[in-house]
Ligand binder design. Structure first.
Ligand code: C2E
Ligand code: CA
Ligand code: CA
Length: 809
């Protein structure tokens, strides 16, 4: 049992022992054993007690029976001895010599005859009693001449011719027989006494098998003749006073060496003196068979218990072994091993439990698989998710890999709009369609994953960087088809950024980041073309991210400043306006160009507060000049997003009112390309701005491919010819024609024309010749702080034409 306990415990890890998995099994086994052994022991004890009790009673009853039989035998022996003594006495009394001695009446002769004859028959006392009852001669201390003390005996003898009785002579019990002495007539009685002594007791013991004790109790009598040991005699004497001398029932008497079943039988006595015989049989001896039975029973019980302990242990082990197996299985399952089935060892409940364990195991394994799948896959599309594809990429790149890879990061353009206007269900359907198409296209060539809300990553195997753009292009072509949903076709446009292994990096994060940078660039370009990562993009991108982060603070912290660039009339050089251009003095990067941070502001939703800031400050400068007596309208650039913002008219109105300026002091410049993105909405909003009273100008004209028809519908006041045309106008006749055509076109639509990028006297002259009203450019004045305008103006008035020649810096 112990060994088993230990081996069970050893098989457990310390952790298991600590959480107590193994303990209940041992406890269970011990309890089974305790129950079996306990029940068995109880029943054994009960049976043993019943058997022993019955045995003990029957043994002691038999012993007592034997004792009573012994007592009857004893009594008969005693009686027959009296008869024998009587016979012996008669032989003596009829002896001639004795009769002659009696007849002589010579005392001395009689006495010697008595002694002589008494000695012959071994009598202890001999008496001669006269017919009238006087002791005439005696061998004992009874004095002759006195009356014979045993009158009843004498009477008896006179009546029956002879008599016998047990009497106390000199305090000692004797069997006394009386026979007549006839010569030939009766002349006297002869009485002979035989002492009840140890010898007699021993003789009787030999015949009856009992311990025999003769006792005389009472006044002046304390006599014991016995077969008992000396020590037992002493104990017996001490108790004998209390002993019922008359024939009593058998009782148990404890003496020094043994304890005895004892029965007494009264032998006679008188005058407070009693003669009694105690007959005893040893209890120990009598009970010997009982003890034997008891020992055998104990042996049997012990053996049975031992056997059942063995059997119980085996049985308990049989019960607990399958449980131990289950416990081991449970702890194995707890450690995540679901692959080893629990052996079914029996058809009983434990077998059923083993089955249940196996089912549970399978269930857990399936659920775990599902959870792992869910952790690695996108729920909506079922494609691997970001962490999963990253892991796979890591795995792929961790080996000594030589085959190239390309990573294409795709993003659904204007997905937010789809979600917002058509609902999330449609958004999900679009994502699902894209996922399915991607999977079909990529099948066998690589892998596709969904890595963000509307971002997908495709990894194509064995593709060189040279082929990357083509591969991505063909991928886009097969994906970016309209999505048909409930009889509506949703146009689908995708942006793609590409990074290649090993050219663009060999770490998964680097590759994924660079694909992301390329995707951002693609979105910025908005040309619908996949964008291949160029080295350095990363750093630029990081810088942009930093700028984006800092820009929020810049607006609030007055890191932005405005510069104003003068616009002058080409006809007479008069100052007619100033364009507000925003600058950012970054605390660590220095001056950041608006071309860099304006797109960032547009992407991050910061353009509205920025425009608001520009409006407020430009109008404040305008108001200040006005105060100083300079009527100088300001032009403020709007981003395309501003134009789409329906709150802008109200903002503009508020800013004008705050500055206390009439609305015609403000010109709003909107780029042509921006206007063309959502022409109808732009038109509505521009009309509202126009209603506020501000003038409107189309900026960068010539780069946006707008048609005359569209232009006609826009409520604008002036066109600004993009400086790229102006720049090459004097060298390139083609550009000169374009510039002249734009001016004519504008005039036909009743629009004023502003030429940007006037740098030289030639530019000025040619534009003036073409009939362009206004010029703006470095040749006239560079953008400058508001406070510098006055000084510039004073200087300009002295010579109101550009003095720089072509080629000057
Ligand atoms: P833009 O509206 O076309 O502004 C004119 C740009 O041309 C300015 O560059 C100006 O410095 C530059 N420029 C003027 N004359 C000449 C010239 O003779 N030669 C050359 N090479 N360049 C000349 P800047 O200040 O860097 O602004 C760039 C663009 O940033 C602006 O182009 C405009 O689109 C945008 N921008 C500037 N300020 C703001 C603003 O406050 N709000 C918005 N939405 N955009 C702004
Ligand atoms: Ca402008
Ligand atoms: Ca411009």
């Amino acid at each position: 049992m112990n060994a088993q306990t230990e081996s069970t415990t050893d098989a457990q890890s310390p952790g298991q022992r600590a959480n107590g998995v193994a303990r209940p099994v041992i406890g269970f086994r011990s309890r089974i054993l305790a129950l079996v052994i306990g029940l068995l022991a109880m029943s054994q004890i009960a049976v043993m007690m019943a058997v022993l009790n019955t045995t003990s009673r029957s043994v002691s009853a038999r012993a007592q029976d034997e004792l009573s039989v012994g007592v009857r035998v004893f009594e008969e022996l005693l009686t027959s001895r009296q008869q024998q003594l009587l016979g012996t006495a008669q032989v003596l009394s009829s002896d001639f010599g004795f009769k002659e001695a009696v007849a002589t009446e010579d005392l001395a002769t009689i006495e010697s005859a008595l002694l002589n004859h008494g000695g012959r028959i071994a009598a202890d006392a001999v008496l001669l009693v006269s017919l009238n009852g006087v002791v005439t001669a005696a061998t004992s201390s009874l004095e002759s001449g006195k009356g014979f003390p045993f009158a009843a005996l004498l009477d008896d003898a006179q009546r029956n011719g002879q008599a016998t009785a047990n009497v106390l002579l000199e305090g000692r019990p004797h069997q006394l027989v009386m026979v007549p002495v006839n010569a030939p007539v009766r002349i006297a009685w002869a009485a002979m006494g035989f002492l009840l002594d140890d010898r007699l007791a021993e003789d009787l013991q030999a015949l009856t098998g009992l311990e025999v004790t003769f006792a005389a109790i009472g006044t002046d009598a304390e006599y014991l003749a016995s077969t008992l040991t000396a020590a037992d005699r002493v104990r017996l004497l001490a108790q004998i006073g209390d002993w019922p001398v008359e024939d009593g029932p058998a009782a148990q008497l404890n003496l020094a060496d043994d304890s005895y079943f004892t029965q007494s039988t009264g032998l006679g006595g008188r005058n407070g003196q009693r003669i009694t015989a105690l007959l005893q049989t040893s209890r120990t001896e009598a009970m010997a068979p009982y003890y034997e039975v008891r020992n055998q029973l104990l042996l049997i019980a012990g053996l049975t218990l031992l056997l059942s302990l063995l059997g119980g242990t085996l049985m308990a082990r049989g019960v607990t072994r399958p449980i131990n197996t289950l416990v081991a299985a449970a702890s194995r399952i707890a450690h995540g091993n679901y692959n080893s089935p629990v052996p079914r060892e029996s058809e009983d409940e434990l077998g059923t439990l083993a089955n249940a364990f196996n089912q549970m195991q399978e269930g857990i394994a399936q659920r775990e698989e599902r959870i792992i799948h869910q952790a690695h896959h996108d729920v909506l599309t079922g494609l691997p998710n970001r962490s999963s594809i990253q892991q796979r990429l890591e795995h792929t790149l961790s080996g000594n890999r030589l085959t190239p890879l390309i990573l294409i990061l795709l993003d659904i353009a204007r997905f937010k709009q789809i979600n917002d206007t058509l609902g999330h269900a449609t958004g999900d359907a679009v994502l699902l369609t894209v996922a399915n198409r991607l999977q079909l296209v990529v099948e066998g060539r690589g892998i596709a994953a969904r890595v963000g809300g509307n971002e997908f990553l495709v990894i194509l195997e064995d593709q060189l960087r040279e082929n990357a753009a083509t591969a991505a292009r063909s991928l886009l072509d097969s994906i970016a088809l309209p999505v048909g949903l409930h009889d509506a076709n949703i146009p689908l446009s995708l942006n793609a950024g590409i990074a290649c292994f090993p050219d663009d990096g060999d770490a998964p994060e680097t590759l994924m980041r660079r694909a992301d940078v390329a995707l951002h660039a693609a979105k910025r370009e908005d040309a619908g073309q996949p964008f291949l990562y160029r080295s350095g993009d990363d750093e630029r991108h990081l810088r942009q991210l930093q700028l984006l982060h800092d820009l929020r603070a810049a607006i609030d912290n007055d890191e932005l400043v405005l510069e104003f660039q003068p616009k002058t009339s080409l006809a007479d050089g008069r100052l007619v306006g100033a364009e507000a251009l925003v600058r950012w003095n970054h605390p660590s990067l220095g001056r950041v160009a608006p071309d860099v941070f304006i797109p960032l502001a547009e992407q991050s939703g910061l353009i509205q507060p920025l425009t608001h800031w520009v409006l407020v400050n430009a109008l404040a400068a305008c108001a200040a000049w006005r105060q100083a007596g300079l009527r100088l309208p300001v032009a403020v650039n709007l981003s395309g997003l501003d134009v789409l913002d329906h709150r802008l008219p109200e903002t503009v109105r508020g800013c004008l009112a705050a500055a206390g300026l009439p609305p015609d002091n403000l010109t709003l410049e909107v780029t042509e390309s921006m206007l063309m993105r959502d022409a109808p909405l732009a038109r509505t909003h521009l009309q509202q701005l126009r209603a506020v009273g501000a003038r409107l100008a189309i900026d960068d004209f010539g780069t946006g491919y707008s048609s005359l028809a569209q232009l006609r519908q826009l409520p604008v006041d002036e066109l600004k010819i993009d400086r790229s045309f102006v720049k090459s106008m004097t060298m390139d006749t083609g550009d000169a024609i374009i510039v002249r055509t734009i001016i004519q076109l504008a005039h036909s639509l009743n629009l004023k024309v502003v030429a940007e990028g006037v740098e030289t006297r030639e530019d000025w002259d040619l534009l003036r010749e073409y009939g362009c009203e206004t010029g703006q450019g470095f040749g006239i004045g560079r953008p400058m702080p508001a406070h510098a305008v006055d000084a510039w103006h004073k200087q300009w008035r002295q010579q109101p034409v550009p003095i720089k020649s072509p080629g000057d810096p």
